[in-house]
Design a protein around this ligand. Structure first.
Ligand code: PRP
Ligand code: URA
Length: 209
């Protein structure tokens, strides 16, 4: 069964409060989403494997560590997932970025796939699927399904806010996928919005309505 981690780091929780605030404008909202994504990636990459090496300092040889070179991939679910990519890339600049385009039909709330472009070797990569919102879970489940269909084996899902319904669906449909969150909220409303949530993440990131 997939594990669910909610990060209680004070910086993440502080920034999340400003992300939720309806008075926060597009520029600040974008910056905060990127910052929180970076802080979450910092925690998530704690278990990356290291290997021993040596390095010549100006005065001696030091025993040292470097990353073993595990191949990573960042997969934003379009559109809103794009808002999390730069913050993670700042920490992992060599990560490849693939894109899965999905939108949620406003009537049925079912995800509709419209674009997929991935690194050719996704089966060898540890993939970080990113989307600020996990609401019904339909989009994340479909995106992960789409990646697995194309060979992906190691997938983690990183969302800023989730509803219990979304967590339950992803855990049920993809029990091999761990979920990382900044907050798990109370519920969904009748329109499928997370309560209290932050509103429409894509619209707030891109200044659309
Ligand atoms: C939002 C959000 C998720 C999805 C979550 O995207 O970014 O992808 O809804 O809802 P779900 O868990 O019920 O599927 P939206 O469909 O609004 O598209 P956008 O990112 O293009 O704004
Ligand atoms: N998508 C969003 O952007 N916000 C929600 O609350 C639910 C889905």
């Amino acid at each position: 069964m997939g594990k669910v981690y909610v990060f209680d780091h004070p910086l993440i929780q502080h920034k999340l409060t400003y992300i939720r605030n309806k008075e926060t404008g597009t520029k600040e909202f974008r910056e905060l989403i990127d910052e929180v994504a970076g802080l979450m990636a910092y925690e998530i990459t704690r278990d990356l494997p290291l290997m021993d090496t040596t390095v010549e300092t100006p005065v001696a040889t030091a025993k040292a560590k470097v990353l073993e070179g595990k191949k990573l991939g960042i997969i934003p679910i379009l559109r809103a997932g794009l808002g999390m990519v730069d913050g993670i890339k700042q920490l992992i600049p060599t990560a490849r970025v693939g894109h899965v385009g999905l939108y949620r039909d406003p009537e049925t709330l079912q995800p509709v796939e419209y674009y997929v472009k991935l690194p050719s070797d996704i089966e060898e990569r540890e993939l970080l699927v990113v989307d600020p919102m996990l609401a019904t879970g339909g989009s994340a489940v479909e995106a992960i399904h789409s990646l697995k269909k194309r060979g992906a084996k190691n997938i983690r899902l990183i969302c800023i806010i989730a509803a219990p319904e979304g967590v339950e669906l992803v855990t049920k449909e993809h029990p091999d996928v761990d979920i990382y969150l900044a907050a798990q909220d109370e519920r969904l409303n009748e329109k499928g919005y997370i309560i209290p949530g932050l509103g429409d993440a894509g619209d707030r990131l891109f200044g659309t309505k």
